[in-house]
Design a protein around this ligand. Structure first.
Ligand SMILES: CCCCCCC/C=C/C(=O)SCCNC(=O)CCNC(=O)[C@H](O)C(C)(C)COP(=O)(O)OP(=O)(O)OC[C@H]1O[C@@H](n2cnc3c(N)ncnc32)[C@H](O)[C@@H]1OP(=O)(O)O
Length: 298
């Protein structure tokens, strides 16, 4: 048990699981690597060595849609931070004005090959496993709209602070696209807001205003737009003031069953996604939704 808990503190919940199934946690070469002010194409990361807090900023205009590239970079950045002994907490935010993330990039699932869909879905799984199973304290600084996959990223954090701007929205709106949020999206939401609220939200494909999201517990706090990041930084101090080992093990106890469900069924989940998304009727729905997005501009 003591060994297992030590492994948790290095690798997060997913790391513990990979340790128990495949030997010691992966990517030992990343241990000790320092990341300060590194800039990559779609995720900028700033690690403050004095506080141990990193800010991961999605910077993929126009809408931070989660395509294969952004998802891969997101997951690998998080993995490096996880392995960095100088990092204890991560704040996730966006540099794109008015948008946190538009969710999964629909173009990755529309008229692409089954092989591409499978690779894309593996990247979505990987991002969620790393974030939801992270040992780091994680805060979403939601400084814009956050539909579907954007909402998933937010919910996978330990705490959510959203800009109090009624023009922004957040929620799992998949049914509005004629698609179905998979069970691990649903579980993440149910763990956040409870079963009944999730049932209604998913069934109706609800996108909540910040005030509504606060009321149902989808976000924890609303602040004026220009204070989202500073509030996230202050709040992180509270999470990091808790004994690290106690916080990490408690987080693992809360999240491990949900992480395990996907971790032990990844391949079946990929197959399920590919066979669903490649159906003609689903492709037609995605095509219509894309058309609708474009026609709103005109
Ligand atoms: C068994 C498994 C089943 C499958 C499970 C699949 C789970 C899926 C999860 C998802 O995340 S699906 C994606 C859901 N996302 C949305 O519904 C958001 C759609 N976008 C918007 O509502 C708006 O774009 C916005 C985010 C509110 C921003 O509005 P704004 O007016 O600022 O920008 P737009 O002019 O609308 O968009 C600019 C540009 O970007 C394109 N775009 C927007 N969102 C996406 C997206 N998610 N994927 C791909 N492309 C997107 C939009 O079409 C515009 O393109 P152009 O017209 O400039 O070419």
């Amino acid at each position: 048990m003591a060994n297992a808990l030590r492994t948790v503190s290095k690798c997060g919940i997913a790391g513990l699981l990979s340790a128990s199934r495949h030997g010691p946690c992966r990517l030992p070469h990343l241990l000790g690597q320092k990341m300060t002010n590194s800039t990559s194409s779609k995720v900028k990361v700033d690690l403050d060595p004095t506080t141990g807090v990193a800010v991961m900023c999605m910077q993929s205009p126009p809408v931070n849609s989660l395509n294969l590239e952004l998802l891969t970079e997101f997951a690998s950045t998080l993995e490096k931070l996880e392995m960095d002994k100088g990092c204890r907490g991560v704040i996730i935010t966006s540099s794109v004005p008015r948008i946190f993330s538009a969710g999964l990039d629909i173009l990755e699932m529309f008229r692409t090959s089954p092989e591409h869909c499978a690779d894309f879905w593996k990247a979505v799984q990987e991002m969620w496993l790393k974030l939801y199973g992270s040992n780091l304290a994680t805060i979403a600084a939601i400084n814009g709209s956050s539909p579907a996959g954007g909402c998933l990223v937010s919910m996978a954090c330990d705490y959510r602070i959203m800009a109090d701007n009624p023009r922004y929205s957040i929620g799992l709106n998949e049914t509005k696209l004629g698609i179905v949020a998979p069970y691990w999206f649903r579980d993440t939401m149910a763990n956040t807001v409870g079963h009944r609220t999730t049932e209604r939200a998913l069934g109706l494909g609800l996108l909540y205003s910040p005030q509504e999201a606060l009321e149902v517990g989808l976000v924890d706090e609303l602040v004026p737009e220009d204070q989202v990041l500073t509030t996230a930084t202050q709040t992180m101090g509270k999470w990091l003031a808790i004994d690290e080992h106690a916080r990490q093990v408690t987080k693992s106890l809360m999240r491990k069953p949900t992480v395990d469900k996907l971790l032990f069924n990844r391949e079946a989940d990929v197959q399920n996604f590919v066979s669903f998304i490649t159906q003609d009727s689903v492709q037609k729905n995605l095509g219509m939704y894309l058309k609708m997005l474009k026609s709103r501009k005109a």
